[in-house]
Ligand binder design. Structure first.
Ligand code: FAD
Length: 368
């Protein structure tokens, strides 16, 4: 297989992500906390044997009024019923929850924002370690930020964009930084700045035995968490990232064709796929083909780009409708892609890694 650099990969896969824009959820309950098991205190910071981890843990079972809301994820199609949900607020509590699950023989699932499309952040008859309350965002020196895994994209952007800083991330308001980072993290600034996980410089993680690790002591772990970390190595409880100066503004360009016959839809997508890699790095582009209606989006955060008008014109020539938005602040414009605030039924499939129209043509025709 041909080796690709991360930059080449990002340039080629411009289609990723736009279908995510269509939806979002309001997941995490803020109802009153009920303490259930209470072995006492101690917050270990480094590798410490599991049996010393003791903490108050808020355990929610099916008799608790919060249970139903907390067990749900974004995808309504997934309907799992864990025996218990550990609503953790610190690394020590997560370690204690792991220990508790071991003692009771419960399988563990980890949930930050609950947007796992296949429901991997919940289970039947086991324990879900819910990190939604570990959601703090803190600006550090050197423009670094410390983020809890339960921090949502809205909360991230609302905290750092007003301070003129950007952590490249996704779009959907209620996706959490935990799952996003550990699986990669792709968004409209990725073509220039890279993935969310590229900016991870330190993480704290509880392993399957309840031991606490920090990546400062473990460069291999650091490497593995950058994209391969969703539940594979342990439970990440805190992350530190580098940031960039935030682009001040964003403009969007919308292209639409309705009542498309298969041949025409395929021809438009072919044009788009040939143009997309030529877009300046300040752009993002993706499409949604919904029935016979095709929507294409191009965003751009560098208003004075010289190449862009020509490319927009070429695409506009093959679709029915084309319009450009006003240029707004990045923070304001990103809200357009936050999606709806409730759970949805959905199935999603990924086209995977493709290099050109030829790689996806058979799938497009099948879809139509
Ligand atoms: C509507 C929607 C929009 C999306 N938009 C984008 C987008 O714009 N860009 C993008 O890149 N992706 C996007 N995604 C994909 C999303 O980033 C992934 O599904 C991500 O894993 C969700 O993270 P989460 O914490 O919200 O989900 P969760 O369901 O809580 O977790 C997802 C997976 O990560 C594991 N996990 C979560 N937290 C931790 C942790 N702290 N330690 C270890 N494992 C953990 C879970 O066990 C699960 O396997 C979107 C998904 C949806 C449903």
């Amino acid at each position: 297989m041909k080796p690709y650099t991360r930059k080449q990969f990002l340039e080629i896969t411009t289609a990723a992500g736009i279908s995510f824009y269509l939806s979002a959820c309001g997941l995490n309950s803020d109802k009153k906390k009920v303490a259930k098991i209470v072995p006492d205190s101690a917050t270990p910071e480094k590798k410490v044997p599991a049996h010393t981890h003791q903490a108050h843990i808020d355990l929610v079972d099916k008799n608790d009024p919060r249970y139903d809301e907390l067990r749900k994820g974004f995808n309504k199609r997934i309907d799992k019923h864990p025996k218990v949900i550990a609503l953790c607020t610190t690394t020590a509590e997560v370690a204690a929850a792991v220990q508790y699950a071991h003692e009771k023989g419960l399988a563990i699932a980890v949930k930050s924002g609950g947007h796992s499309m296949e429901g991997f952040s919940c289970n039947d008859d086991g324990m879900v370690i819910n990190l939604s309350k570990m959601n703090a965002v803190e600006m550090l020196h050197d423009h670094k930020i410390k983020i809890g895994p339960g921090c949502t994209i809205t909360s991230l952007y609302d905290t750092i964009l007003p301070q003129g800083r950007l952590l490249p991330a996704g779009s959907c308001a209620t996706v959490a930084v935990g799952g996003l980072t550990l699986g990669g993290g792709y968004g409209i600034c990725a073509r220039r700045f890279g993935l969310t996980c590229d900016h991870l410089v330190e993480a704290t993680m509880v392993d399957g035995n309840g031991n606490i690790h920090n990546t400062k002591d473990d460069t291999e772990l650091m490497w593995a968490l950058k994209g391969g970390g969703t539940g594979n190595f342990g439970i990440v409880t805190e992350m530190i990232f580098t940031t960039h100066p935030a682009p001040p503004t964003l403009q969007a360009h919308y292209f639409k064709s309705r009542k498309l016959r298969p041949e025409r839809a395929a021809a438009i997508l072919q044009t788009w796929m040939e143009l997309a890699p030529q877009l300046p790095d300040s752009c993002f582009s993706g499409y949604v083909l919904n029935g016979s209606t095709l929507n294409i989006l191009i965003t751009n955060y560098e208003p004075d780009n010289e190449q862009l008008p020509t490319l927009l014109k070429k695409l506009a020539a093959v679709v029915d409708e084309f319009r450009s938005s006003h240029t707004g602040t990045l923070q304001r414009m990103l809200r357009n892609y936050y999606g709806v605030g409730k759970q949805l039924y959905f199935r999603n499939s990924s086209a995977g890694f493709f290099k050109s129209y030829a790689d996806v043509a058979p799938f497009i025709k099948r879809h139509l």
